[in-house]
Structures are given as C-alpha cells and as structure tokens.
Design a protein around this ligand. Structure first.
Ligand code: F6R
Length: 607
C-alpha cells in the first residue's frame, strides 16, 4: 500500500527511482510519480496508472542526481494524475511523497488556503508541502520537523527542496521507512526490495525519527533535533529471491516454493530426537512457557486464518486454552490482558496497521506479545517482545500463499513444544514430529498434480459464487480457500464450517453454485459427508478435496482432488495447497492480474 523512494548520489536519479517503484509495485497502487532535481530546478512527472505508463512519459534525458518517487493507493481523492504524488508547494521548489493518512488535514488546509496557498489536488498529503513552505527559512530539515509537529496521523515521507541540491529528508510515524547506504549514494524507501539491487546495508527508521540524506552520509534525529545513533543492519535476502525465476507470476512461484519454505520454517526447530520443538526467538524460559495458561493469537486476513489453525492445535494437542481474533477488532475492544496469557501477533509483512496497533494496545496493557513475521526488521518484528521468523523469503504476490503454510508450520512446532512440556509422551511426540517432517514431501506430491487442478479450474471458472466448506482444523482452511479465490479471480466465494450451511448458506445452493468440500480422513469425515449429501440433494455441484482412495467421497462428489492421507493435524497443509492452485488457475482462466489484483495492497499500512 503506497510506496516511497528517495535517492541521492552520483548516478542519474530517474532510472533508479523508477526501478525502485517497480520493485514496490507489489505493495498495491493505482498511480505513480517521480520528482528529479537538477541545477536548482525540480521536474515532477506523475500519472494515474501503472509504472510502465509512468516510464513512458518520463523524458529519457531527465537529468538530475537526486529525487523522490511514489506509488499511490488512493485514500483521499480519486485516482487522477493530479492526485498522484509527488506534490509540490506553491513555489514548486518543495516536493513531497507521503504514505499514510493525515487526520487533521482539513483544518490545516483551511488555514493554508486562508494564507493564499494554492492547492492542486484533493489529497490530504498536499498540505505537508504547503506547511513546509510556510515555515521554510533555508533549512529543509528544520522546516520538515516544524511542519511534522503540526500533523496528526500517520506518515512515511520523503521531501526535497530545489535550493538544497542532493538532499532528501525522510521521516516516519506509522508508515515504514528504510535507509539504504551505498558507496557515495543513499536510498530511502518503504521497504528494502526497492534498494536491494544497489545495497544490502540498511537502517530502519523508527516512528518519530527524521533522516536527512546526502551522497556523503546521513543524519538521524528526532523532531526536537536530538541526534540519534542508528544500527546499520544487513539484508539477509538475495536479489534473485525477488525475481520470478522462470515462473509466469510471483504467485505461481510462491505456491511452488512451499516445500522449501516449510522446510526453512522447520530448520533447527523440529527436534526429532527429543520429539519436541525449539523456538529460540521466543525469549521465554522453559519455566515461563510452563506458566502459560492461555494463548491469544491476533492477526488479519490470511495470517488470521493461520492463527485459527494455531489456536485449534494448541487447544486440541497441547490442551492450552487458545483463541484467534481479528486484529482490527482487538484494538478497539479494550482487550483484557489476563495473567498467564501469552499473545502472538501474526503478520507476513510485519507492517499491517491493524495488527501493529492491536499489538501496541496489548503491550500498553502489559501483555507479553510475540511476533510471527516474515519480513526481517519489520515494525512488528522489532516492537514485539520476541518471536519467530517464518523465513519464507520475500512474498511478492498480493495473495499470501507460502507465508500461510509457513505460519502454520511455526504453530505446529510451538504446539509440539508446549504439548511435550505438558501432557504429551515421547512416543506421541515422536509420531507428530515425524508427520511434521513429512509435510514438505506431501506438499510436493500435490504440486505435481497441478494439471488436474488446472483442469478443474477451467471446468468451474464460469461460477459466480462458490462455497468452501470444512470442519475442525480445516474450517479456517475453508475460509482461506474462499479468500484466495475471491481476491484474485473476483469470483464471489464464502468459507463456512460445513456444519453451518444448514443455518443459512444452503439457501444459495443450486446447480449454479459449486461447493468445495474439505474431507480429510479424520474424526469429522462422516459428518462432512452428510453435509455433502445435503448439497447434492439440492442439485449443488460438489468438488471434494479428500484422501487418496476415498471411494465413498468420490462416489458422492462431482469431482475430487485426491491428496495424501495424513495425520489430522497435518491435513490443513494438504487441503490448502489444492485451493491455492484452484484459485490461481481460475484467475488465470479469467485473465486476471494475479499478482496485483484490483484494489488490493500487499502491505496494508492504513487502518
Ligand atoms: C490475503 C492476504 C491478506 C493478508 C493480510 C495481513 O491473501 O494476503 O489477507 O494476509 O492483509 O497481512 P500480513 O500478514 O502482512 O499482516
């Protein structure tokens, strides 16, 4: 969601800014722009549409060695060229690019209008340029600080001034900002993917900090001008990991990377000898873990679905009361932090505003909050009391796939660890550890059957409405299957507990509404079969994801996707992968932009 870049150095800025913006495309956006400074003049080029549209109108000879750029995801004002960033002040000497939302922009704008400032856009962001102009007296950094002190809301900004060549000022409050350190050049961006081609040395800017970069160096300080010393960190990802590597789309690549990603999430953590798990990053002693009386998991979207699986595992296997809740609800519910409760926040990006704010609210109330994140150095990872990286590698496609299976892997290992400290014997633990070890192999077997799933997607992509139905540990997988299908194919889909259909959704069943049933060979299989029969009795088409050789299910369903027969607690892995592929191939069949579906953003940094 919105991306900012900044550059100062010795190379032409425009190609570096455009390439940085291209790398940020995955975050989701609808317009883009750049501003390049040269000889005391700034040139702004911006437009609604994609980076390739912007590239087409950026003059090939646009000279200048410093600049800023932006991808906009519209919040205030429509998707128009004028609303695209960067925005300029009245003189055209100051330009800014902004992520976030300025909550008090209306009052500020009114005041600035009364002082004869001329506004060209409908955005909240433009007030920042005019505010800086109103206090500027030859020192851009100081003017930015003065202006920021008047703002309420969230921001990640980059600012430049025509009269201060080679200087870019960045600041952060609630929207991520990273500084990249090169040889005689500096980069600023919303995330490291924009700068990985040039440098791996980075500094994460925190809320309330301002960074001023020039080719020769940088300075970090707070709004009161106190200098802050920052730690330089090394990006662990390789540039190849953010390429498609021969796959048609990032989503396809990420689906097919899952066996390796799951293995990485397990590496060094699954102890087959002791039949337990090790999660060093939790920062909790065995005694503290033993004292945990309940677990509360907080997340959004797909991460929330992984959290429901986690809660199910912890209750049923480790016998620890556990719940999963939507972050957006937790924050405003005035949550109760109970003694003995351990909180997890789950977030692939580590930047999701709802999850971050919920975490801060819980911490404010004294909770111990652990993060389950993918992006190293992300805000949630840094602000949590400890946690576990899922080590999936960069997830670029908007629809989350490998992060989901890796998040589940972490919860499986945590459950094994907690269960072995409590009721679980060595023998039971060893059986579960063996099953967990086998997951990457099971997933590979399913991926090898992709053509069969593609054929089914072709057969059913006419549908306008699809129900996904599962029970027990596969109820959240049904939710996830529906989310995947609707977000990338735009086919309306709902996930329910299979038992729930008779409480409402069955009214939608007819020959035009297919249902996807998740029917692993578990305790609830016969119940789900009854639910399937209820749908068939109403002329509904049924696609069943079931265990290999389950002839009874095959005789009832119109179509089946047969997956390895596994232990119940491993079944979410073998159930979800076919659903990811089904959604992917349906979207391809319908000609959708799979990696960047309409209206969606990868990193949802506004509430
Ligand atoms: C769906 C999807 C979203 C995210 C949600 C939370 O495919 O990707 O639902 O899961 O926006 O994002 P993170 O995990 O980054 O907090």
């Amino acid at each position: 969601m919105c991306g900012i870049v900044g550059y100062t150095g010795v190379k032409p800025a425009a190609p570096i800014l455009l390439e940085g913006l291209r790398r940020l495309e995955y975050r989701g956006y609808d317009s883009a722009g750049v501003c390049v400074g040269n000889d005391g003049a700034l040139s702004v080029v911006k437009r609604a549409g994609k980076i390739k549209d912007l590239r087409a109108i950026v003059p090939k000879d646009l000279a200048g060695f410093w600049g800023i750029g932006h991808t906009r995801w519209a919040t205030h004002g429509g998707v128009t060229d004028l609303n695209a960033h960067p925005h300029a002040d009245c003189s055209g000497k100051i330009t800014i690019a902004h992520n976030g939302i300025i909550e008090n922009f209306a009052g500020l704008k009114e005041k600035l209008l009364s002082e004869d400032h001329l506004f060209l856009s409908e955005t909240d962001s433009e007030v920042i340029a005019h505010l800086i102009e109103s206090v500027y007296d030859g020192d851009l950094e100081r003017a930015v600080k003065e202006a920021l002190a008047l703002l309420k809301g969230t921001y990640g900004i980059v600012v430049m001034h025509a009269d201060e060549p080679g200087k870019v000022v960045g600041a952060r409050n609630g929207s991520p900002l990273v500084l990249g350190i090169g040889e005689g050049e500096m980069f600023l961006a919303s995330d490291v993917t924009a700068m990985m081609a040039y440098t791996k040395q980075v500094v994460y800017i925190e809320d309330g900090e301002v960074v001023t970069v020039q080719p020769s160096g940088f300075r970090t300080s707070d709004l009161h001008d106190n200098s802050i010393t920052k730690k330089v960190e090394h990006i662990g990802w390789e540039i190849e990991e953010i390429e498609k590597q021969g796959f048609a789309t990032y989503m396809e690549k990420e689906i097919f990377e899952q066996p390796e990603a799951i293995l990485r999430a397990m590496r060094g953590r699954l102890d087959l000898e002791q039949a337990t798990g090790h999660l060093g990053g939790l920062n909790l002693s065995s005694r503290e873990l033993l004292n945990v009386e309940r677990v509360k998991i907080v997340a959004a979207g797909t991460s929330f679905h992984a959290g429901i699986v986690g809660a199910y595992l912890l209750e049923s296997i480790a016998r620890i009361p556990a719940t999963a809740e939507l972050a957006s609800e937790v924050r405003y519910r005035n949550p109760i932090v109970e003694r003995g409760a351990l909180h997890f926040v789950v977030s692939q990006s580590g930047e999701t505003a709802d999850t971050l704010y919920a975490m801060r609210e819980l911490k404010r109330k004294g909770a111990t909050v652990l993060g389950v994140c993918n992006v190293v150095g992300s805000t949630i990872a840094r602000e949590s009391d400890g946690g576990v990286y899922i080590h999936s590698g960069p997830e670029i496609a908007v629809a989350s796939t490998k992060a989901f299976t890796s998040q589940m892997t972490v919860f499986h290992i945590f459950t094994l660890l907690m269960a072995r400290m409590r009721n679980m014997s060595y023998e039971q633990g060893a059986q579960i550890a063996k099953e967990l070890e086998a997951i990457p192999g099971y997933v590979s077997q399913i991926l090898a059957e992709k053509e069969q799933i593609r054929a089914l997607a072709t057969k059913y992509s006419w549908a306008k409405d699809v129900l996904f139905l599962g029970r027990g540990i596969n109820y959240p997988v049904a939710l996830e299957g529906a989310l995947k299908l609707k977000e990338i194919s735009y086919i309306h889909a709902e996930g329910y507990s299979a038992a729930e259909i008779k409480h409402g959704p069955i009214a939608r069943i007819n020959e035009r509404t297919p249902s996807v049933f998740l029917v692993p060979d578990d305790r609830l299989r016969d119940k789900v079969i009854s639910n399937m029969k209820e749908v068939k009795a109403r002329a509904g088409k049924v696609i069943a994801v079931c265990s290999q050789g389950d002839d009874e299910v095959a005789s009832i369903a119109d179509d089946t996707i047969q997956v390895p027969r596994v232990h119940e607690i491993v079944s979410p892995f073998v159930m979800v992968v076919p659903l990811q592929l089904f959604a992917y191939y349906c979207a391809l069949e319908l000609g959708r932009d799979v990696d960047q579906p309409r209206n969606l953003a990868k990193s949802v940094t506004v509430e």
